[in-house]
Design a protein around this ligand. Structure first.
Ligand SMILES: C[S@@+](CC[C@H](N)C(=O)[O-])C[C@H]1O[C@@H](n2cnc3c(N)ncnc32)[C@H](O)[C@@H]1O
Length: 277
């Protein structure tokens, strides 16, 4: 039996054309992002440029102008880009004084209440409120919590209820034990008798956001730090619109609320919140 070596026909290798990336129009891209979701990327512009170029290359786009044109008309690409630029840092029981104050307020009111967490990121703020409400014996039927965020990644994580150990670092050992099941170094929130919770992807600057039913309390913490004064003002007006009369707005310590005739600031020791006028 003879074996013949198969002759491989030589195919001439085509000259690979490497298209240089055109990184002009970064400023226009940054402007578009701010108009779309309020996030001011100017302070981080130089750091983000390389990340944006890598994103474009992954999507086979050769310039920031091409990216800009595409994100205007392609919602899926816009969502991917939004997920890239948002900072979703959060953890359970963050700024707990405000969370506890809200729960006391709800308990004392003895009314059915609706809380909005905007933004909720991966859900830790929402679940912290649900845990504290449960521990305060607030009937689950008298409270509803809605969490919204512009990041689809964050909302997906919120719905999956699977958290890192770091995210739980402010919980007591008893709370970790009671509410979570450890699996492969992740902490899964158990199905508990919490109040009803819903999560949605929303850009707070979309008109559809204003179609949500009114809320008694809104938490908007650690988002407005990424906005300039004009967008903070616009955000605050939207929260005003979504709050019931005398409703409460809790903002993060770093958010620096703009001066507003729409709200009265209430400060009690280390605690502060805003009351709708
Ligand atoms: C640092 S997290 C804060 C989460 C949580 N409130 C907390 O304090 O732990 C900021 C979140 O704001 C969201 N965000 C930024 N701009 C937004 C917008 N226009 N509409 C809705 N969410 C937005 C981001 O996706 C991100 O998840």
């Amino acid at each position: 039996m003879f074996f013949f070596k198969k002759r491989v026909k030589k195919v001439p290798i085509k000259d690979e054309v490497i298209i240089p990336f055109d990184s002009s129009n970064l400023d226009q891209l940054i402007d578009f992002i701010q108009n779309y979701c309020g996030i001011n990327l100017i302070p981080k512009k130089d750091v983000l440029k390389e990340r944006f170029i890598r994103f474009c290359k992954l999507k086979s786009l050769h310039s920031f102008s091409e990216l800009l044109e595409n994100i205007k008309y392609n919602p899926a690409l816009r969502q991917d880009f939004t997920d890239l630029i948002t900072v979703n840092e959060t953890y359970f029981m963050r700024e707990i004084v405000q969370l506890k104050d809200c729960i006391n307020y709800i308990k004392k009111s003895q009314k059915d209440m609706r809380i909005l967490s905007a933004p909720c990121s991966s859900g830790e703020e929402v679940y912290s409120l649900a845990i504290l409400a449960h521990e305060a014996n607030i009937p689950s039927s008298s409270l509803k919590i809605v969490g919204v965020d512009i990041s689809s990644n964050a909302i997906q994580k919120a719905k999956e209820k699977s958290f890192s150990e770091r995210s739980l670092h402010r919980l007591t050992p008893a709370q970790k034990e009671l509410y979570f099941k450890e699996q492969n170094s992740r902490f899964e929130l158990k199905d508990f008798y919490f109040c009803p919770i819903e999560f949605y992807i929303y850009n707070i600057f979309d008109n559809s956001f204003l179609q949500l039913l009114p809320f008694d309390v809104i938490f908007s913490r650690n988002m407005m730090i990424y906005f300039d004064e004009a967008y903070k003002q616009r955000a605050v007006e939207r929260f005003y619109h979504l709050l019931k009369p005398s409703g409460r707005l809790y903002t993060g310590h770093a958010d620096l609320m703009p001066k507003s005739s729409l709200f009265k600031k209430v400060t009690i020791g280390k605690l502060s919140y805003y009351e709708k006028i």
